[in-house]
Design a protein around this ligand. Structure first.
Ligand SMILES: [Zn+2]
Length: 118
């Protein structure tokens, strides 16, 4: 199963809200319904206490803490030329797992959607 294009564009829209050079956007799903949206924010964000990095709060982890229940995360990175690799870091993988995420869809180095099972 691949996420619908509509969901990818929703994640892209979210990523475009980021003020970072690396813009990431994530959508949280539960039983196929969108339950949260998030983009990467700076470490001054008050939600950061949930996240171990001092520099930025990653979109996919933020999408987890913003959802009551979440089983799937779609995470994308956009750069000026299009989609870029958005493989989740180990901190995010740990957080997503803790929040009950089973499946992550991300963009690989070739711009294709890939699935990661946690
Ligand atoms: Zn991360």
């Amino acid at each position: 199963m691949r996420p619908k294009k509509k969901l990818i564009s929703l994640a892209v829209k979210e990523a475009q809200k980021s003020t970072f050079y690396f813009k990431l956007g994530a959508i949280g799903l539960y039983k196929g319904q969108v339950v949260s949206k998030a983009y990467n924010v700076s470490s001054s964000n008050p939600e950061l206490k949930y996240f171990p990095s001092r520099f930025s709060f990653h979109a996919e982890a933020r999408a987890c803490i913003r959802a009551k229940k979440v089983d799937t995360i779609i995470v994308v990175r956009v750069n000026p030329t299009g989609l870029a690799c958005s493989f989740p870091c180990s901190s995010c993988q740990k957080i997503m797992k803790k929040y009950g995420v089973k499946t992550v869809f991300y963009i690989d180095w070739l711009g294709n959607i890939q699935r990661l099972v946690l």
